[in-house]
Design a binder for this molecule. Structure first.
Ligand code: LLP
Length: 442
């Protein structure tokens, strides 16, 4: 079956140029590091547009399909603009994400607002800027949303987020579809929610069911099982309440290749399983084929991004590891310390054919756990070398912090020898711009 971009370790345009340096989007990474400084997030536009097209062509076999991008994986105005140009809607989970995609020109009717504790203000904003669907997560929110909708004299289009009870093999913190989860209605609570919507919440219109089973998923069967449960529930609700639901949203979750040993399925494999399961379940439970929504994040944006660091100090522990420190770490990429995530890297200015050393890449932050990559083989790393860490497009910038009061990194978009800043580096002034010294301390 055709390979898809999420199965690659590096952006599609990555190569060594004649100077021996790595380049992406025909931009020399060493020159980018010099021009913009490091740490630097680099996003390859070609890879991003390729993966969007992979997804669209993989799912084109199902007539009623709607692609959305999970903004939580990387939410910037330029990235949102590209996704919008590629025809994607957005899954957003906060006022900040909603506002970003809105300002980037997204079609708000193709936006879904998710989350397990949306606030009154966020629900109000969603209604005011015309978000297409709100996925209601719990009883409290049903009540709150109905009140907000009533006060604006609006009927709000909703989905119910359900917990299908599926365990997938991924890190415990990024599993979401299992029964003991903070997200969504338990299967046994759906009827009560539907009764409330039909009988009491006159400002809510239910269109379908939504689930998300986890992230960085390598199995395909879990999607098959998820869809069967969603379709079965839709058929059951029709039977019990004479309610025609015509939308199912299967969430995101497809994995990517962080290291050579990761083998994620392709978008084509996932699409085949989802579409086959949908067709079979529709037949089995006798419902009309619903509109299908999917909302991947990581598998769209992860491979497009790399982070460039400058190598600084280095330390050999007697009879122990050799630590090589870079000028970033857990504040620009918290994933290794949070989930023991593994990454692959190369030195941008040194070919792999030089003699290799085993080293551990340490971050610059004041925490022993700030290790970016354990025991990686690299050509002798020296001060001033540029380290390129692959697959940092998803959940790196979006989970970045200002730990140790270090400025967040800049992000550039590369394409056809051009590089454009899409996130400015924070300045020291930015860092203190929200600080206030009360008068009594003056
Ligand atoms: N839809 C819903 C409702 C979600 O909760 C998520 C991710 C997605 C879609 C997108 O999932 P993706 O295709 O990106 O796997 N910070 C973690 C990942 C948390 C994912 C949370 N939900 C990490 O860095 O691995």
């Amino acid at each position: 079956m055709k390979e898809s971009t999420n199965q690659l370790l590096k952006p599609v345009t990555t190569k060594r140029n004649t100077a021996g340096n790595l380049e992406i989007g025909s931009c020399d990474l060493v020159e980018l590091a010099e021009k913009y400084g490091t740490p630097l997030y680099v996003i390859d536009e070609t890879t991003l547009r390729n993966i969007c097209r992979d997804y669209k062509s993989a799912f084109s076999k199902y007539e009623k399909v709607n692609m959305m991008f999970a903004s939580k994986s990387l939410c910037t105005m330029a990235i949102s603009r590209i996704l919008h140009q590629e025809g994607f809607g957005f899954d957003v989970v906060s006022a900040g994400e909603m506002f970003t995609v809105y300002k980037a020109g997204a079609d708000m009717s193709k936006v879904l607002f998710n989350g397990n504790n949306k606030s009154f203000d966020e629900l109000t904003l969603a209604i005011l800027i015309g978000v297409g669907r709100i996925s209601v997560d719990n009883f409290f929110e049903l009540d709150l949303l109905n009140e907000v909708a009533k006060s604006h004299n609006k009927t709000v289009d909703i989905l119910l987020r359900i917990t299908p009870g599926i365990e997938c093999h991924t890190h415990e913190y990024i599993q979401t579809g299992h029964l003991d989860s903070k997200f969504g209605f338990d299967l046994t609570q759906i009827d009560e929610a539907v009764e409330l919507i039909l009988n009491s919440y006159t400002n809510l219109k239910l269109h379908g069911l939504h689930a998300h089973i986890g992230s960085q998923i390598f199995e395909t069967k879990v999607y098959h099982d998820e869809i069967e449960i969603l379709v079965k529930e839709i058929a059951r609700l029709d039977e019990k309440f004479n309610l025609k639901l015509d939308e199912i949203n299967v969430g995101g979750g497809l994995g990517v290749k962080y290291t050579g040993s990761d083998c994620p399925p392709s978008t084509y494999q996932i699409a085949d399983v989802i579409i086959k399961s949908l067709n079979e379940s529709v037949e089995k439970y006798g419902i009309e084929p619903p509109s299908l929504f999917i909302e991947p994040g990581r598998s769209i944006i992860s491979t497009c991004g790399v982070t460039l660091y400058t190598i600084g100090s280095s330390k050999q522990v007697p009879k122990g590891r050799r630590y090589v420190a870079v000028d970033g770490g857990m504040a620009d990429n918290p994933r290794p310390s949070m989930y023991q995530a593994e990454y692959t890297a190369e030195i941008a200015n040194k070919k792999e054919d030089a003699a290799l050393q085993t080293v551990t890449i340490a971050g610059r932050f004041c925490e022993s756990g700030d290790i970016l990559i354990k025991d990686i083989e690299l050509p002798e790393p020296e001060e001033g070398d540029i380290l390129c860490v692959y697959n940092t497009g998803a959940y790196n910038y979006s989970m970045a912090s200002n730990y140790n009061r270090v400025q967040k990194s800049q992000m550039v978009l590369v394409n056809n020898s051009k590089s454009d800043i899409i996130i400015n580096r924070e300045t020291l002034e930015d860092l203190i711009s929200h600080d206030v010294i009360p008068d009594r301390l003056k």
